[in-house]
Design a protein around this ligand. Structure first.
Ligand SMILES: Cc1cc2nc3c(=O)[nH]c(=O)nc-3n(C[C@H](O)[C@H](O)[C@H](O)COP(=O)(O)OP(=O)(O)OC[C@H]3O[C@@H](n4cnc5c(N)ncnc54)[C@H](O)[C@@H]3O)c2cc1C
Length: 373
């Protein structure tokens, strides 16, 4: 008799870390998976931006910025094991960084970064999964054969037996409306905080830090992007990522990018050491801003405390960072947990209890309790 997993086709929509974790884990369990994303690359909020300008002699200078997630922290043994494997494959590296912050927070901190840019961890996870990029899913359509994804332009993809949504809550709510209104309403109630992010390339500056948490003013976080492992910048150039506080970002959400850029650039300059007497003013070779309208969860609304959702009757699942705490590890864990739950259900579809069961597996809860102890 054939294994039920072998005959199932699952679409995972959203190729951020949650979707990649879900798709990779389902594929390892023997399921046929296709991963969709509206962008031209994977990574979602673990993303990089490239910038270029004409340097001395007209030579083109190019730099990259991690303009979304800055660093990865790992608390869970399973996630730490994943990072260890990714480190062996060259997809992540440890980042020991000197952080300038108000006493007593200033410290040398340990974290991870993906290399050479933050999407590399997602690429590593999804390396064997069939990908369909630049495919914005606009609607889900249920037919007798299964789920069809309605793509931008009206093209259909499918049919799929199950669909997993690994999207920020507002986007997932749009696709769920009319199919799972209870979930759609709960997701619409999740409030995501915005984040205006400045990306700048200046002349090199003698700054004794790798990052800063200013603690007052518009900026919450500043990082020397070129000093992270695996990054570089042209000789004599420093690259900076500066993220505004949620409050400042919300207050300036609809401001024009030039105004935001000028304000954040001034705030960054104020953190840098004064120029030596007689030196020319600091040269800013590149300055741009990105507005993350939905950066990190600020208020979970009426979400329950599950790590993902799976509805076997509807053949729908939902995962993402907002279930668990709003960071890279949380997103990975939610996607991985959804894959485990669906794979277990595919193994034993007759056990109706599994379909309705809360999704925090006893093993995961016990492991956490043991770790906390
Ligand atoms: C500015 C900023 C700084 C951050 N800093 C940190 C940090 O330092 N450390 C940390 O751990 N976390 C940080 N985070 C949070 C972290 O980036 C997220 O928690 C995590 O990346 C979320 O992953 P995800 O897979 O749940 O969602 P996402 O990464 O948002 O992935 C969702 C994917 O869905 C795709 N998509 C959306 N709609 C559609 C559609 N209709 N059809 C197809 N595809 C679609 C998107 O293109 C995207 O690729 C930061 C986030 C931001 C924005």
């Amino acid at each position: 008799m054939s294994d039920p997993k072998d005959t199932k086709r699952i679409a995972v929509v959203g190729a951020g870390i949650a979707g990649a974790a879900c798709a990779a884990s389902l594929q390892q369990a023997g399921v046929q998976v296709t991963l969709f994303d509206k962008s031209r690359g994977v990574g979602g909020r673990m993303s990089t931006r490239r910038a270029a300008w004409a340097g001395e002699g007209g030579n083109e200078c190019t730099v990259e910025f991690d303009h979304g997630a800055q660093a990865i922290t790992a608390r869970q043994p399973r996630f730490r094991a994943l990072l260890a494997r990714a480190e062996a494959a060259g997809a992540v590296a440890r980042w020991q960084h000197r952080v300038h912050a108000e006493w007593p927070a200033a410290a040398v901190r340990e974290a991870w970064v993906a290399t050479p840019g933050m999407p590399a961890l997602v690429r590593h996870l999804a390396r064997d999964v069939p990908l369909r990029l630049a495919q914005a899913v606009q609607r889900l359509h249920r037919t007798a054969e299964g789920w069809q994804l309605v793509l931008a332009g009206g093209e259909l993809a499918g049919p799929f037996d199950q669909v997993m949504l690994a999207l920020p809550p507002a986007q997932a709510a749009v696709l769920l409306a009319g199919h799972h209104d209870h979930w759609a309403d709960a997701l619409a109630g999740v409030n995501m905080a915005p984040c205006w992010t400045l990306m700048a390339a200046t002349d090199d500056v003698d700054w004794p830090w790798d990052a800063a948490e200013p603690g007052r003013g518009p900026l919450a976080w500043v990082a020397r992007n070129d000093r992270k492992p695996g990054r570089s910048a042209p000789r004599g150039i420093a690259t900076w990522v500066a993220q505004a506080t949620p409050a400042w970002s919300a207050a300036h959400l609809e401001a024009d990018p030039e105004t935001v850029s000028a304000a954040l650039r001034d705030a960054l300059q104020a953190l840098l050491p004064p120029r030596p007497a007689g030196a020319p003013p600091l040269a800013w070779h590149h300055v741009s801003v990105h507005r993350w309208r939905y950066a990190v969860p600020a208020d979970r609304g009426s979400l329950d405390d599950r790590e993902c959702w799976w509805d076997a009757d509807q053949s729908l699942g939902v995962c993402g960072d907002f279930f668990n705490g709003g960071n890279v590890e949380a997103a990975w864990r939610s996607g991985d947990e959804l894959a485990d739950t669906v794979a277990a259900w595919l193994e034993q579809p007759h056990e109706a209890a599994l379909a309705a069961a809360p999704l925090r597996r006893p093993t995961a809860v016990q492991a956490e309790a043991a770790e906390a102890a």
